[in-house]
Design a protein around this ligand. Structure first.
Ligand SMILES: C[S@@+](CC[C@H](N)C(=O)[O-])C[C@H]1O[C@@H](n2cnc3c(N)ncnc32)[C@H](O)[C@@H]1O
Length: 186
């Protein structure tokens, strides 16, 4: 099973119809579609990407999904400012799949600084028992340093908290393979 599927299955364990969820790296919309299908008509989806192509492709993919959808052409580091206050602390799951948009401009890639800003905001926005999943790509150019720093930041942040549980899923003997990071907010 691909790690992206592992991430989705882990989040699916807790998502219910009507939940409020976030895809912080919309890309081609596959993760957002998964989320939209889980939350149904009563749910609310916020999604972020810095590329027009990502927003447009995803709008088409999500066109038949009845949930409330906010696909925002802005960086995930503005997440807290762009999600209405009354949802803060009530978001059930947040997904980040770092790196670049497949089949697109590889120079537009997530950046460590803004990724960590987005992670810090995510941990505030999640509800109790909410889950955060982050896919990092140590094998990609530019992804190695981001993966290391993101893992270090999450590990330290969760270690210093009574309410955050962190786990990294690392495939054995494959140093360049993606890594799935999971956080549960107790
Ligand atoms: C690996 S793709 C995401 C894949 C996506 N989840 C899917 O299901 O297709 C990473 C995406 O992050 C976007 N990105 C880069 N910097 C960003 C930022 N600061 N905020 C939000 N998205 C960003 C890229 O434009 C790219 O579309």
């Amino acid at each position: 099973m691909r790690l992206t599927e592992v991430a989705q299955r882990w989040l699916a364990e807790i998502i219910q119809e009507g939940d409020v969820v976030v895809d912080a790296t919309l890309g081609n919309g596959f993760d957002a579609l998964f989320l939209a299908q889980k939350i149904g008509e009563a749910g609310v989806l916020f999604a972020f990407d810095v590329q027009t192509q990502a927003i447009e492709t995803s709008q088409v993919l999500l066109a038949d999904e009845p949930c409330q959808q906010y696909l925002l052409l802005t960086g995930h580091e503005t997440m807290k400012a762009n999600i209405p206050q009354h949802f803060h602390g009530h978001i059930k799951v947040i997904m980040l799949n770092l790196g670049w948009l497949p089949n697109s401009d590889k120079s537009v890639i997530t950046q460590t600084k803004t990724t960590i800003q987005a992670l810090a905001q995510s941990l505030e926005l999640l509800t109790t028992k909410g889950r955060l999943s982050v896919m990092v790509y140590p094998g990609h150019a530019g992804g190695d340093d981001e993966a290391k720093q993101v893992m270090h930041w999450l590990e330290q942040t969760c270690k210093n908290s009574n309410t955050l549980v962190y786990k990294a899923i690392i495939l054995p003997n494959r140093p360049a393979a993606p890594i799935l990071l999971q956080v549960i907010k107790l």
